[in-house]
Design a protein around this ligand. Structure first.
Ligand code: SP5
Ligand code: ZN
Length: 345
């Protein structure tokens, strides 16, 4: 199986802990996650590593607002230019907003701090020098995997970092900057209907937003109920799409403590919706933070659970692009990803 991966992600890593609900917490979304997955995949006899192709910005501009992408590309240098203290020790700094926009539909501010609060939804999407470059390389991994799924009519893995499913049309958040799975799905949609199944522990709010009014891309997310879990404001069961897209989005919010049996039976419901939709291609937003032991998750999926999940998805028989999202129990990431992917090779 082809694994699309770029070393460029290493350029994106903030130099300090971040604030989360008033406490300092580690930046869980770290480069070590990739090292764990790489070393597990290298031990298999089926993982074939391929460098991504550069698709340019056009496939990204059809999913994200151009002004937002321009903000991502320019925020770091704009910050250095505006603050001599930051410029004196750039490697000690990371840009985050200081104020958040009061709801959407406010005007776009002209200052960097104003734009920060407009284009970033929380304090877990830090911008450092290499963030934009890493985010673009990550999107190119997803696009390359999509291209491979089209040309070979088989499944491929995009080992993306930073992840993408919390990033919306014009905002970053939840460690995400460019919505890799959405960019890949939109690319695939030129070949026929696409389904996106998001199995990350957190609701795929960005993906939900991006395709909410479309009927050619079915979006489904299984996640911790936003009633108690991040992203808090979106991902409820009664959000089912709008306009032409009405009925083409499904959320499956689950309680804290959800065990494997409960999880698999919800997955089966999601898969039956996908089956009826008869997609030409499938995209999986593959977060491993549903694992029992993940520091951010409250579900109880085991190592074996990912084999079961992979087996059931692969049984649809649809060429699938598996896109890496979250998962922060680093020591378990390698085995969980191998268990999931083995079903698609
Ligand atoms: C891609 C992805 O999985 N993003 C997750 C973003 C979650 N951000 C907020 C999590 C808040 C949880 N705080 C609990 C601290 C753990 N000790
Ligand atoms: Zn997550």
């Amino acid at each position: 199986m082809k694994i699309f991966y770029s070393e460029t992600h290493r350029k994106h890593y903030p130099p300090f802990e971040v604030f989360d609900g008033g406490k300092r917490v580690p930046y869980f979304e770290n480069p070590d996650r990739m090292d764990r997955i790489l070393s597990a995949l290298k031990k298999t006899d089926w993982a074939e590593f391929v460098a991504p192709i550069d698709f340019g910005l056009d496939p990204i501009y059809v999913v994200h607002d151009k002004d937002y992408i321009t903000f991502l590309a320019s925020a770091w240098t704009e910050w250095l230019d505006s603050d001599p203290k930051v410029a004196a020790s750039p490697e000690q700094n990371a840009f985050l907003p200081a104020t958040f926009a009061l709801r959407r539909k406010t005007r776009v501010p002209s200052t960097l701090l104003g734009k920060g609060g407009y284009y970033i939804m929380d304090l877990s999407a830090c911008i450092v020098e290499g963030t934009y470059t890493a985010a673009i390389a990550s999107a190119n991994c997803a696009l390359s995997a999509a291209q491979s799924a089209i040309s070979e009519q088989s499944s491929a893995f995009a080992l993306c970092r930073p992840p993408g499913h919390h990033a919306g049309k014009d905002y970053a958040g939840g460690y995400c900057f460019i919505n890799n799975a959405s960019v890949a799905a939109n690319w695939l949609s030129s070949k026929g209907r696409v389904a996106i199944l998001d199995i990350d522990y957190h609701a795929g709010n960005g993906t939900q937003d991006i395709f909410y009014e479309r009927d050619d891309v079915l979006t489904i997310s299984i996640h911790g109920d936003p009633d108690y879990e991040y992203p808090h404001y979106i991902g409820f069961a009664d959000e089912t799409g709008a306009g032409a897209g009405l009925g083409f989005h499904h959320n499956f919010p689950l309680p804290a403590g959800t065990d494997e049996a409960q999880y698999i039976s919800t997955l089966d419901k999601a898969l039956s919706v996908i089956k009826k939709f008869t997609p030409r291609h499938l995209v999986i937003s593959a977060g491993m933070d549903t694992f029992d032991g993940d520091p951010l998750g409250k579900f109880k999926v085991t190592h074996h659970g990912y084999s079961e999940i992979g087996k059931r998805i692969a049984a649809l028989g649809v060429p699938t692009v598996i896109v890496m999202e979250g998962g922060y129990a680093n020591e378990a990431l390698g085995i969980n990803i191998v268990n999931l992917l083995e079903n698609f090779k």
